[in-house]
Write a protein that binds this ligand. Structure first.
Ligand SMILES: NC(=O)c1ccc[n+]([C@@H]2O[C@H](COP(=O)([O-])OP(=O)(O)OC[C@H]3O[C@@H](n4cnc5c(N)ncnc54)[C@H](O)[C@@H]3O)[C@@H](O)[C@H]2O)c1
Length: 266
């Protein structure tokens, strides 16, 4: 009865699902897009330029996946509305939203200008709110599955929602806001069959947070509090995204998955 056999569905199968990934041209967004497509989803990649997403689209198409790219600045409501409308027009519905686009420009607290703070909040928090709201309005139109579920929203937050990082006051505020906002959204959207979960990545080696050119001493200090003694990969976060996107996580909403090599458990 238990275990896989030839007739068992594939684990984390997303065949027939439509997913949007923001910040999809590189780093974690690229990894989420490729893995969701490999699991069978049609993927809408959103980033500051559509051209920048083309190499990822080519990778997906090489494996016979389906994907399109849409230019979307997450600080602009009109761009987000266009992203949602384009996804529905192209693929007919939205099942999964991965709010991933984020910026983390370091600035000492005492030098941080109002505009610096607002920019980070606009992209990392307000953009997540606007995209989630617009996507949820579409998800509520989906036929529910046998458990009454219609959609899954995954917000990429950060362990910066839990611990403070010098130079990132605005970023910590935005990520703490994402987690708190997701808790409230999960309450309101559960009756509609829409799940909302967070992922808190730790130190992940991506183009935006590259460890390659880091001073060895700084790198050693960064890895010191991490029990697994290494940074994570974008693919290790994508695995968590795939699980939360799929029906295998059907009883999870309002949760926070910490994927950080044990950092905040210390
Ligand atoms: N890398 C880490 O260590 C780490 C840790 C915790 C959380 N995170 C979060 O994970 C997410 C992905 O980070 P990453 O490391 O892959 O970053 P990255 O800089 O490598 O990639 C971010 C992507 O977002 C896009 N982007 C930036 N501003 C945008 C905007 N206004 N509208 C649309 N797209 C925009 C960029 O063009 C880029 O493609 C972010 O939300 C980040 O805060 C990263």
């Amino acid at each position: 009865m238990f275990g896989l056999n030839k007739t068992s569905p594939k684990f984390c199968d997303l065949k027939g699902k439509v997913a949007i990934v923001t910040g999809a041209q590189r780093g974690m967004g690229r990894a989420h897009s490729i893995l969701l497509a490999q699991a069978g989803a049609k993927v809408v990649l959103a980033d500051l330029t559509a051209e920048g997403c083309q190499p990822v689209i080519e990778e997906i198409k090489k494996e016979r996946g389906e994907a399109i790219a849409v230019k979307c600045d997450m600080a602009q409501k009109a761009d987000i509305d266009n992203l949602i409308a384009t996804a529905v027009k192209t693929f007919g519905k939205i099942d999964i939203l991965v709010n991933n686009a984020g910026i983390f420009p370091f600035k000492p607290f005492l030098e941080m200008q109002e505009a610096d703070f607002e920019k980070v909040i606009d992209v990392n928090l307000k953009g997540y709110f606007l995209a989630a709201q617009a996507a949820a309005k579409e998800m509520q139109k989906n036929q529910p599955n046998e458990k009454g579920l219609r959609g899954s929203i995954i917000n990429i937050a950060s362990i910066a929602a839990i611990v403070g990082f010098p130079g990132l006051t605005h970023y910590c505020a935005s990520k703490g806001g994402v987690v708190a906002m997701s808790h409230a959204m999960a309450q309101e959207l559960a009756p509609l069959g829409i799940r909302v979960n967070n992922i808190d990545p730790g130190a992940i080696d991506t183009p935006g947070a590259s460890m390659a050119n880091m001073d060895p001493k700084a790198k050693e200090a960064m890895l010191a509090p991490i029990p697994l003694k290494r940074s994570g990969t974008a693919e290790e976060i994508a695995n968590a995204v795939l699980f939360l996107a799929s029906d295998e996580s059907s009883y999870m909403t309002g949760s926070v998955m910490v994927v950080d090599g044990g950092w905040v458990a210390g």
